[in-house]
Write a protein that binds this ligand. Sequence first.
Ligand code: GAR
Length: 188
Amino acid sequence: MKLIIFASGRGSNAQAIIRATQNGRLGNVRVLSLVSDNPDAPALKIASDAGIEAVYMDPMRKGARLSQEAADNYIKYVKSKSPDLIVLAGFMRILPENFVEAFDGKIINLHPSLLPAYKGKDAIKRAFEAGEKVCGCTIHYVSAELDSGEIIMQSSVPIEKSDTLESLEERVHAAEHELIVKAIQKLS
Ligand code: GAR
């Protein structure tokens, strides 16, 4: 199975996927490239250090969405690579409908909450501040509506009384690194 990773920042989940392809956990999976909407994303360096094509693609506007023109460029690029799967691993932009339609059923997203709870930004912080006893992470198919497509896998993380936001974030991220690899294993 051939996949493209989309990432906007740190890239620890991209790293987990790449590592799993290197150590044999993702046997027949190949990462074709990593695409970022942020020219300074450490994720780009993680990919290029691993010998993987790392591409910055201009989102052509500020805010949560790609511009329509940018989305058309993204579609053209992705089509030229013919991936089986597009993995949004910390990609912080909402993809327009025509992108989702072009790759329907082939885009998955990682989200740091037990969806349908805490859709949108700062999910871990909001769950922590709400005094939840459990939070977690979800891998789901991407649909036109934000954080709402069919759920593929979830992993829960208990929130301890002794947790700070930082300690909780660390455990959710560790759970994400495991979950994203398991979800790709399942789909391959
Ligand atoms: C991850 O926690 C991921 O769940 C979140 O961004 C982080 C990226 O971390 N994604 C979203 O919030 C999407 N709505 P990373 O760059 O270290 O992989």
